[in-house]
Every structure is written in C-alpha cells, then in structure tokens.
Design a protein around this ligand. Structure first.
Ligand SMILES: NC(=O)c1ccc[n+]([C@@H]2O[C@H](COP(=O)([O-])OP(=O)(O)OC[C@H]3O[C@@H](n4cnc5c(N)ncnc54)[C@H](O)[C@@H]3O)[C@@H](O)[C@H]2O)c1
Length: 314
C-alpha cells in the first residue's frame, strides 16, 4: 500500500466531460459531484431523493467550524438531478440511452443493512418469509447493471472513459453488525479487482474504486459516528472521500498493478491510467480547515508512488 495526500489541485480540468453519478443527493456523492463540477464537468446525479443543498460536505464531528471554501462551480461545470431508483433497470437504461457520450460513471448509491435481516418474519400460513434483499439490490445488483451499461457505452466511444465504484473498508474488514452490507461491498471490490490485469483488461475504459472508512453522510450522521470516534477510529468528511472518488476517475500510474505474474512485463511496466485500484480513505484529526488527507491507495497487488503536501486552508 502507498499513501496519497490529495488536494483539489491534483485534479485536472474536466471541462467538457460528462459525468453520471448515482447517489449524489448527499454525502460522498454530493461532495464528488461538487468537485467534478468545480473542475468544469457536467454532472448528472441519479438519486431517489433531490439534492440536499444544505448538506455540509466538510463536517467532521468535534472539529471546529472553521471557514472552508466550497468548491465553486466553474463556468463550464453544472450539476443536474435526475430522479432514478438504481434498482430500476429500465430507468437506468433509459438515462444511459439519452446520452451520446459519457466520460465518467460513478456507482456510488448505497444503503445500509436492514437491522431486521435475520429476524424471522412469517407469512399468513406461518411459513418463514425470504428476507428482503434491498441492500443486495442497491449495493450489488444495481452496481452490476450500471457496470454493464457503462462498459457498453464506453465501447462505443474513444478510449479514455472511467468507471469508479464506491465500495467500503468493510470489504477488507467486515463489520460484525453489518454482515450483508459488508458482503455486498466485498463483492463489488472483487468486481474492481478482477479488472486489475493488464493482459485481460480492455483499457478503452478503466474501473477503479474507493473504499471509505467511516465518513459523515446521511448513512452515517455525526451522532452515529460518535462511538466510532470515541473508539479512536478515523472519521472522514464527505469532501475527503469525494476527492478520492474524483481522483480515482482521472489518476495516472507509472506502471500497472500486476496480476499473479500473468501480465506481459513490458505492458505492466508502461505508464498509463489507473485500472483495478482502490483508494482506502482514512483521515486523522486536526482542525477541519487544516484536515490532512490520508488516502491510501493500492490493491495489495501493486504500488504507486505519489506524495503531496498537506491540504492547507486556502
Ligand atoms: N458513510 C460511510 O461511512 C461509508 C463508508 C463506506 C462506504 N460508504 C458508501 O458510500 C456510498 C455513499 O454513501 P454515503 O455515505 O455518502 O451516504 P448517503 O446516504 O449520504 O448517500 C447515499 C445516497 O444514495 C442514494 N440512494 C440509496 N438508494 C438508492 C437507490 N435505490 N437509487 C438511487 N439512489 C439511491 C441515497 O438517496 C443517498 O442520496 C454508499 O455506497 C455507501 O455504502 C459509506
């Protein structure tokens, strides 16, 4: 693993780029959308609820409310909301078909586990019902569907498109209270890792991921994050993780992640775009306007080398 420290300056101009991002009404997806738009991209947010403009993408509980400039929209950038339940194939497909060109797709929508998943629910005949699989539908099946639609779209375009998937640190370290959630995130992590190889991968497009640890969002509001913070675990703001999402879409590498020595050595040693990499986001304390980004990158199969100064108030 290699540590990354990212700032907005690490993201190139994205003027003219079209981004389709799911789950951008709040939290990580909203932060990523604002950063994409700040860099000039036209962002289309697919969500079941409208964008919550009041959501604080910089919140980290217990940190002072210092002034932190919002990433402003560039004159070329825009964010458009489109109501869509990602579990609805027809809705997803029709939205994809409405675009001539898409540069970046972010599969970010997610839900937490139903706490009653393992409770017995009986039907009218007293027979045990199958559990509801909403978390599998949103966190896994819809990501597969989005991947299918994105890769199909990318095949019809010039090389250079990116898919980024939001997985979770629970893919590496499953959370006892969230076994089904953790399993869905491990599944999408494998989907990303399966694209690691340079010889099997079709580099017309790339797939990378971001695995957030605890991050303040509507999924994990500040009050629910308190015990995590009390246990000494790092808490990220949505901004920190959003920056990792945007970076994963545009990152370049000196050499490829190797796949069990199966890759062509010359190809693996060539510089190019990230593919099959996952950034694990961990942020340590400090006043929020001087929060240091510690974005760990790597799939355990290869390394990148990149060091940047701490993100200071600007
Ligand atoms: N917050 C964390 O600590 C944390 C940690 C690891 C991974 N994640 C992942 O990050 C991603 C973003 O979540 P967040 O933490 O920003 O939470 P969030 O609740 O603020 O954002 C998730 C968004 O997904 C949307 N969504 C849910 N179901 C949908 C559906 N069927 N169709 C369309 N949109 C839908 C929600 O409306 C919401 O806007 C999720 O995939 C989540 O699993 C979050």
């Amino acid at each position: 693993m290699t540590s990354l420290q990212l700032t907005l300056e690490d993201i190139p101009s994205l003027e003219g780029k079209v981004v389709v991002l799911t789950g951008g009404a709040s939290g990580i997806g909203l932060a990523a959308s604002r950063i994409f738009a700040h860099k000039g991209a036209q962002v289309h947010v697919l969500d079941i609820v409208p964008i919550d403009e009041s959501f604080d993408i910089y919140e980290i509980p217990g940190q002072p409310n210092g002034h932190f400039p919002q990433p402003t929209l560039s004159s070329a950038g825009s964010i458009q909301f489109r109501q869509c339940d990602v579990t609805d194939w027809n809705c997803l497909r029709d939205i994809f078909l409405s675009f001539k060109h898409i540069d970046i797709v972010v599969a970010n929508a997610g839900v937490s586990q139903d706490p009653d998943y393992f409770s017995d629910i009986l039907d009218e005949n007293g027979q045990l019902n199958e559990p509801a699989h909403r978390v599998v539908e949103v966190n896994f099946r819809s990501v597969l569907n989005l991947t299918k639609l994105a890769l199909r779209q990318f095949q019809q375009q010039n090389p250079g498109s990116s898919l980024v998937i939001t997985t979770s640190s629970t893919a590496y370290s499953p959370e006892q209270s969230l076994p089904i959630y953790s399993a869905t995130k491990a599944a999408v992590h494998s989907l990303i890792a399966a694209r690691t190889s340079t010889d099997g991968g079709n580099l017309r497009s790339t797939i990378n991921g971001v695995a957030p640890a605890a991050t303040i969002s509507k999924l994990l509001p500040g009050n629910l994050a308190a015990p995590i913070k009390a246990a000494g675990a790092p808490i990220s703001s949505a901004f920190h993780v959003g920056l990792a999402v945007v970076y994963a879409a545009v990152a370049q590498q000196m050499r490829s992640v190797e796949m069990y020595g199966r890759d062509d050595p010359a190809k693996a040693a060539s510089p190019g775009r990230w593919n099959g990499r996952v950034i694990v986001t961990l942020v340590t304390g400090g006043p929020r306007w001087r929060s240091r980004l510690q974005l760990r990158a790597g799939s355990g199969l290869g390394n990148i080398t990149r060091r940047r100064p701490q993100c200071n108030k600007s």
